[in-house]
Write a protein of this length. Structure first.
Length: 194
């Protein structure tokens, strides 16, 4: 009984330890920060998302190696930028793009990298490595390996949301629009692979 209780507390204890020796927020994302990453100070709800990502990695749902907080590797950052741009292209091609809010910020909890997606007149833009969400802006928190699996059609958006691997924050219409766009981009990739 004691062993099972300790096993259930392990993710929370590890997440708490990660928060002890962290750099101030001004240092930026994990790609450019000299020390560890702050979890809960990134955005409300980021700690539970980080725990959900760890569980998903431990169970093989997402790539555990891709979940590791990045170092200062320029190649890793360049790969991330390429994938964030690919997500912009997928959003732009999505029939749900017109539903998207004027802008929303996507935050990767493992690296604290923020990216803003905005759309107007059918054009979707991306601004990578922002300071975080604007006041009142919709937010998506997740991990890079989750978005990779969703866009490849190997992980459903509904499962990622239900298991806490994706958190969408905003008003109800923004949350619904972002969820629809995520589903549409994953469906388009699933169809195009056939």
């Amino acid at each position: 009984m004691m062993g099972k209780r300790a096993h259930l507390c392990t993710p929370f204890a590890l997440a708490g330890l990660l928060c002890l020796g962290v750099a101030p927020a001004a240092f930026g994302c994990g790609f450019h920060a000299p020390l560890g990453v702050q979890l809960e100070s990134m955005y409300p709800g980021s700690l539970p998302v980080a725990v959900a990502l760890r569980r998903a990695a431990d169970s093989g749902v997402i790539d555990a190696a891709a979940l590791e907080a990045p170092g200062k590797g320029n190649a890793l950052y360049a790969d991330t930028v390429r994938r964030l741009n690919a997500f912009r292209q997928a959003l732009a091609a999505s029939p749900a793009a017109a539903e998207l809010p004027a802008s929303f910020s996507l935050g990767y909890v493992e690296s604290q990298l923020w990216t803003r997606y905005s759309q107007s007149d059918g054009t979707v833009r991306v601004d990578i490595h922002t300071d975080g969400p604007l006041e009142g802006e919709a937010v998506v928190l997740t991990g890079e390996p989750v978005l990779t699996e969703v866009l490849a059609g190997r992980l459903s958006v509904d499962r990622a949301l239900a298991e806490g691997m994706i958190l969408i924050d905003g008003n109800e219409s923004e949350k619904t629009a972002i969820r629809h766009a995520l589903i549409a981009t994953s469906m388009a990739n699933r169809i195009s692979r056939r």
